[in-house]
Design a protein around this ligand. Structure first.
Ligand SMILES: *[C@@H]1O[C@H](CO)[C@@H](O)[C@H](O)[C@H]1NC(C)=O
Ligand SMILES: *[C@@H]1O[C@H](CO)[C@@H](O)[C@H](O)[C@H]1NC(C)=O
Ligand SMILES: *[C@@H]1O[C@H](CO)[C@@H](O)[C@H](O)[C@H]1NC(C)=O
Ligand SMILES: *[C@@H]1O[C@H](CO)[C@@H](O)[C@H](O)[C@H]1NC(C)=O
Ligand SMILES: *[C@@H]1O[C@H](CO)[C@@H](O)[C@H](O)[C@H]1NC(C)=O
Ligand SMILES: *[C@@H]1O[C@H](CO)[C@@H](O)[C@H](O)[C@H]1NC(C)=O
Ligand SMILES: *[C@@H]1O[C@H](CO)[C@@H](O)[C@H](O)[C@H]1NC(C)=O
Ligand SMILES: *[C@@H]1O[C@H](CO)[C@@H](O)[C@H](O)[C@H]1NC(C)=O
Length: 827
């Protein structure tokens, strides 16, 4: 009874959980899985290997670490070998100064935070240098210190943060260094600046008096050659949203590389600085407003530069979206359009922003203003925030993470076997997994997740080497390298096609799943649909060699549990018998697909567990449930007063009173794990376990009759109990199922329909949304909506995973709530 009650409880739980099913990675590789092995670079005296730089030929990886810069050879895909090391530590005096300033010893080091290729022979590096930033030139071949034009180490202020936990960005263009960082010890003076300029090209920075940046967190920067502009990506306080206190917005800012500052006005200051909001928002939902990382994907060969895309990871400042993040794509075309459009103007007296009313003196954000009049430059100085925001491509979120928050992103366009281009995103989760996702017309497919770290990492870096086809990850645990795919993990055509990995295809001649290359295109692959029957030559599935059956010996009236291995998180598993139906009255299939039933003469026989994925069905495991000889049914003979129960570990405990076990059903657990790489024919048994809960030790001498007949009397007692147990079980199951389904419907309804109380509660719990904020959101929801430039139904069929989307609906229901209409209130 206890057992069946707990079974019911489990069933109930699983039913509730099942409506949470989300965008799942198809396969999971925990740390150390042989199918996705990592190459690790660590060195006992090297710490915090977090700043990564690939050489142009992608053969050498430069690593900015703690008090050191290293180069390692990454020309071989499966090895990382140490090449050179440059020690770059603060002196004793620097360390003393650092502690005098009240800093902990752990941060009084030199954390290298800027590492850039300067020219063909030299690198440029900046480090926090015990809270006194410094920069150096490095010979990139010998990895030795080189003298720069000034002949001595340069001060790193404005190039590198003081605090190693402060984020910054830097990029070199034509030997000049463009940086976004804080330029003071306290971290309160943010600046975007240019350094290492020569001749008439002077070093430039932002005019700080204006508040051109509002407490920014710098994320990334990139140079777009066709525009001759450097773009900076960051998040900051959106002062234009004066109705919300400390509303974070994400931004893209631009400067022209040709900028040399003004002649009187804006002398040695940017004349081309402009910034715009990046909006990662779907319809009226709360925006994912905090940029975490962003990566550029160049257009396909022959396409215009306007097709350049930027894929960003965003999280939300509101607790309702805690633990989730969204990916949004922005096109260069949209960014350019916003920067050439209208600008907002700041009223210096009220510090309020408004859409421009004054006469337009110039086009802010335009390159080549250096000879402009003072009037023009003053105008430019006041007009640097665009009126419009940059909308995401197709006005929708590219994806919302499953229950993970992403911190780093890398992306690549991959040519599939059919010549079609797919975008593959590599996303690092906060918990230390790497998700590989492919963007499809129908939504996102997460091919696999691979565990990269034991412990979550505060500072980490993700880099993709397209030439070497590896993903590189820098963290304080070392540098990791992972091939973008391991096609040989898929052992059959069906496996290879079901993976829907654009990197992999099935070669039917050699019968291997291999990497798609330009020379190897005649491969079976279907990234969009994963349709096995179209791609693979499938003999009648029933006739395919299946796994040989595993014999399970049971006694009558035992509860039998049969486990089914998981082929993929996306496969639906079910059980079949060879020649009869599985009646739900007798069989319980839990959501993880284990099958439970009471052994009776009619339930003995063969059981198959099948997995169905994308309409393709394969047998994962076959059991043959057989009755074993009946040693336990005889009453204990008086001559043997000590009955010894046994556990699976084999230790025996003497007890003096015999356990009355006949009345309780026995239990047999069969644990079977099948590595999912294997084709059914190659199924292997990793472990096998039999647990007896209430069993007597079987006397070997009584087991001499294989398949011995049941004693008639015992059959009678068992039958009575069986009937009672079955009835109770059935009652319990039906009662709980009724409750469960009601609950299930309720929960699922809550999932998809915005509901006031719960989201309100979430908000209040969130704490970060103040009552004022909520009021503001209510009052201004039409404005948010309008700015998005889309009717609310513009995103309701956005091709995202259905479940992923409904989760967003739930969490973002605030704005719907604001109009006082409760969609799920019966009228
Ligand atoms: C399947 O679910 C049952 C009940 O929830 C649980 O006892 C069992 O351990 C699960 N099996 C596997 C392989 O996860
Ligand atoms: C790829 O997968 C196969 C099969 O699981 C495994 O033997 C091999 O080591 C894997 N290779 C890599 C580089 O992970
Ligand atoms: C450096 O690494 C240690 C662990 O080795 C970690 O605790 C610390 O946060 C890291 N510091 C930085 C600035 O990354
Ligand atoms: C690269 O820059 C360094 C430092 O300014 C300079 O000494 C060196 O000559 C430059 N090399 C080339 C090839 O321009
Ligand atoms: C801008 O000024 C520079 C010198 O300051 C001059 O050489 C150049 O011709 C001027 N350009 C224009 C377009 O007036
Ligand atoms: C796979 O392709 C076949 C033939 O084109 C089609 O009949 C079948 O419906 C497809 N299956 C799925 C799951 O799309
Ligand atoms: C059997 O032995 C193991 C360790 O040897 C012990 O942990 C376990 O409790 C024992 N079981 C019984 C039933 O005594
Ligand atoms: C059988 O199960 C026990 C406890 O559940 C476990 O300690 C033992 O390692 C298992 N044996 C096998 C072969 O998996």
């Amino acid at each position: 009874m206890v057992r069946s009650a707990s079974l019911c409880a489990c069933l109930f739980l699983l039913i509730i959980l099942s409506c949470h099913s989300q965008l799942l990675p198809r396969l999971s590789f925990p740390m150390g899985s042989p199918g996705r092995s990592l190459t690790v670079f660590t060195s006992p005296d090297v710490y915090n290997t977090t700043t990564l730089l690939l050489s142009n030929d992608e053969e050498t990886l430069f690593i900015g670490a703690r008090d050191a810069i290293l180069s390692i050879d990454v020309s071989q895909i499966d090895s990382m070998t140490f090449k050179e090391k440059l020690d770059w530590s603060p002196s004793e005096k620097d360390l003393v100064d650092c502690s005098m300033k009240g800093k902990m010893q752990t941060v009084c080091h030199n954390f290298v935070r800027v590492l850039q290729v300067l020219n063909g022979t030299h690198l440029y590096a900046c480090g926090t240098f015990a809270f006194s930033p410094r920069c150096i030139y490095i010979n990139s071949v010998t990895l030795t210190l080189a003298t720069g034009p000034s002949g001595k180490p340069e001060e790193g202020r404005g190039r590198c943060p003081y605090d190693p936990y402060q984020k910054n960005t830097a990029i070199t263009v034509d030997g000049e260094l463009y940086t976004g960082t804080v330029a003071d010890y306290r971290g309160t003076r943010p600046v975007i600046s240019r350094h290492l300029s020569e001749g008439s090209h002077v070093d430039l920075k932002l005019d700080d008096t204006l508040g051109w940046l509002e407490d920014p967190t710098f994320i990334s920067s990139t140079f777009v050659h066709s525009e001759e502009k450097v773009y900076f990506f960051f998040s900051e306080i959106g002062k234009e949203y004066d109705f919300i206190d400390k509303f974070t917005v994400s931004r893209v800012a631009q400067v022209c590389t040709s900028d040399v500052g003004g002649q009187r006005t804006l002398q040695k200051r940017w004349t081309t600085f402009a910034k715009a909001q990046l909006l990662c928002q779907a319809g009226q939902e709360l925006p994912y407003n905090v940029l975490q990382d962003i990566v550029r994907v160049d257009p396909p060969e022959g396409a215009s530069d306007d097709e350049t895309l930027f894929y960003g990871i965003f999280t939300s400042q509101w607790r309702v979206n805690l633990g989730r993040s969204a990916v949004c794509a922005f096109s260069l075309k949209d960014i350019k359009r916003v920067f050439t459009g209208r600008y907002k103007v700041l009223n210096r007296d009220t510090l309020k922003w408004s859409t421009r009313v004054q006469e337009q003196m110039a086009n802010p954000g335009e390159c080549g203003l250096h000879n402009a009049s003072d009037n023009t430059l003053r105008f430019v100085k006041d007009n640097f925030l665009t009126d419009k925001s940059v909308p995401p491509v197709n006005q929708r979120l590219t994806m919302v993470s499953p229950d993970a928050s992403y911190s780093n992103i890398a992306a690549q366009r991959v040519e599939g076997a059919n010549g079609k281009l797919y975008t593959v995103l590599f996303l690092l989760t906060d918990s230390g997994f790497l998700h590989k996702a492919v963007l499809l017309d129908k939504g996102v497919h997460i091919v696999e997740e691979i565990q990269m770290f034991h412990r979550p990492q505060a500072v980490k870096n993700l880099l993709l080497s397209v030439a070497k086809a590896v993903v590189l990850v820098g963290s304080s645990e070392g540098v990791l390298s992972l091939p973008v795919a391991n096609c040989s993990h898929y052992g059959s055509c069906a496996d290879c096609v079901l993976a829907r990995d654009p990197f992999c295809g099935w070669n039917s001649l050699r019968r291997v799943c291999i990497r798609v290359t330009r020379s190897e295109k005649q491969l079976a692959q279907d990234v969009d649909e994963g349709n096995v029957s179209e791609q693979c030559i499938i003999v009648n599935p029933r006739a395919r060699p299946g796994p040989s059956s595993e014999v399970v010996s049971v006694s009558l009236n035992e509860v039998v549990h049969l486990k089914c291995p998981e082929a993929s998180h996306l496969a639906k598993r079910h059980w079949e018998r060879l020649n009869s139906q599985l009646s739900p009255k007798i069989y319980i299939q839990s959501d993880n697909s284990s099958l439970s039933f009471v052994a009776t003469p009619s339930t003995l026989g063969h059981y198959l567990c099948l997995a169905v994925e994308n309409g393709y069905s394969q047998t994962l495991v076959v059991y043959h449930v057989k009755q074993k000889s009946n040693p336990t049914i005889l009453p204990a003979p008086p001559s043997r007063p000590n009955i010894t129960p046994t556990t699976e570990t084999g230790n025996k405990t003497d007890i003096s009173t015999p356990v009355q076990s006949e009345s309780k059903p026995k239990q047999v657990n069969v644990y079977a794990t099948v590595a999912h790489k294997d084709s059914p024919a190659a199924t292997t048994w990793k472990s096998r376990n039999f647990t007896r809960w209430f069993g007597f030790e079987e006397d070997k001498s009584q087991m001499t009759e294989p398949g011995g007949n049941l004693n008639q009397a015992d059959k009678g007692t068992y039958l009575k109990e069986l009937v009672v147990v079955s009835i109770l079980l059935a009652l319990c199951v039906s009662a709980l199922l009724t409750i469960a389904f009601n609950r299930f419907r309720h929960v699922c309804t809550n999932q998809t329909v915005p509901q006031t109380p719960s989201s309100r509660r979430d908000l209040e719990k969130g704490g970060s949304a103040t009552p004022q904020e909520r009021e503001s959101l209510k009052g201004h929801s039409p404005r948010l909506e309008k700015r998005n430039g889309q009717a609310s139904n513009g995103v309701s069929h956005n091709g995202q995973s259905h479940n992923g989307k409904s989760a967003v609906n739930l969490s973002n229901s605030m704005l719907n709530v604001s109009n006082g209409h409760l969609p799920n209130t019966p009228i």
